[in-house]
Design a protein around this ligand. Structure first.
Ligand code: PBG
Length: 327
């Protein structure tokens, strides 16, 4: 039988039941390819909730230790650490101080779970500067690219020394990958890897993160992060970072930039990751809290779409919860 009322071709055969649907599913989200971003707050005895990110906290060292072990038990692939220091200054001294919160947290994480997962650190100055920019400023108040590279080199050594296995270069300074790779290699840290936040867009979706790290930024980051309108420029940054020696490139945010992610993934010879950022998390949590969407389905769909677009691994604040669901 064929004809207008009886099609010859029936794609729905592959959707008839859960077993068939599972068998033909093209995209999986393995817990080992999820990375949990974590915030550690200086001088805090208790974890502090982040209002715009329900379920996410600024950790005390104690709660951090527990959460690290929880992440390792859940089987996630890594953790990405951010420090929330008590004191900030013009050059972000806390970032290079071995006793600075991020370096202290890194040492703890490397010791506690360093064999079970990959300990990664945010390499950027914005959490440590009193002006909140990702670099140091020149006499006119502009972010000074080359002076910032010198700070990033010192930060790289401090983080590698503390035991970070993968440095997340999120500052969007020109030449940052080459600058950091050079100092790592000449200091004996040839095995410390570099994750380049290559296509990092100047995005409104970082809003809740700014609360999470108590950012002091006034103004914006448009002189260094990418214009959301530009896909070609995102691809260019990924190519440059790979040429400078990045081990992994990243696209960020994820959901609004799936086209850039797919493009970079299609041509990259090194792994391509994506960061599902704080605002993406907050939107789904807020809608779910209102009963407007099914929370679990929305979370799973959002992360599977990021994988489908080509991300080898995904940074997501739901990493541990997802890992439990997936097992
Ligand atoms: C910079 C950095 C930011 C994020 C990760 N690394 C903030 C920014 O660029 O303004 C945002 C992550 C998120 O929103 O979840 N240190």
């Amino acid at each position: 039988m064929s004809g207008a009322l009886a099609p010859d071709i029936r794609p729905r055969r592959l959707r008839t039941g859960p077993a068939m649907r599972r068998l033909v599913s093209e995209t999986r989200v393995p817990p080992a390819q999820l990375v949990l971003p974590m915030f550690v707050r200086d001088g805090s005895a208790e974890p502090v909730p982040i209002g715009s990110m329900p379920g996410v906290v600024q950790h005390s060292l104690d709660s951090f230790r527990r959460a690290l072990n929880g992440a390792a038990e859940a089987g996630v692939g890594g953790v990405m650490l951010f420090g929330v220091p008590e004191l900030r200054d013009a050059t972000g001294t806390g970032a290079t101080d071995p006793d600075g919160i991020l370096n202290v947290a890194t040492r703890l994480a490397a010791r506690e779970v360093g064999d079970a997962l990959v300990v990664q650190t945010d390499l950027c100055l914005d959490e440590f500067t009193d002006h909140g920019h990702c670099g140091v400023l020149d006499a006119h108040g502009a972010v000074d690219n080359d002076a910032t590279l010198l700070r990033y080199r010192d930060m790289a050594i401090a983080q590698a020394e503390a035991g970070s296995q993968l440095l997340g270069l999120s500052g969007m300074m020109d030449g940052q990958v080459a600058a950091v790779r050079d100092v790592l290699d000449s200091s004996g840290y040839t095995d410390t890897a570099v994750l380049a936040y290559s296509a990092k867009y100047a995005s409104a979706f970082y809003g809740p993160f700014r609360e999470a790290v108590q950012s002091t930024l006034t103004g914006d980051r448009r002189s260094y992060q990418l214009d959301p309108a530009n896909a070609r420029e995102g691809r260019r940054e990924a190519i440059l970072d790979a040429a400078e020696g990045a081990d992994i490139v990243m696209v960020k945010p994820a959901m609004s930039y799936l086209d850039v992610l797919a493009d970079v993934a299609a041509s990259s010879h090194i792994p391509v990751w994506a960061y599902q950022v704080s605002g993406e998390y907050a939107m789904i949590e807020a809608a779910a809290a209102n009963g407007w969407i099914d929370r679990r389905r929305a979370i799973e769909e959002s992360v599977v779409s990021i994988r489908r677009a080509g991300a080898d691994a995904v940074l997501t604040y739901w990493a541990v919860e997802l890992a439990h669901w997936l097992r």
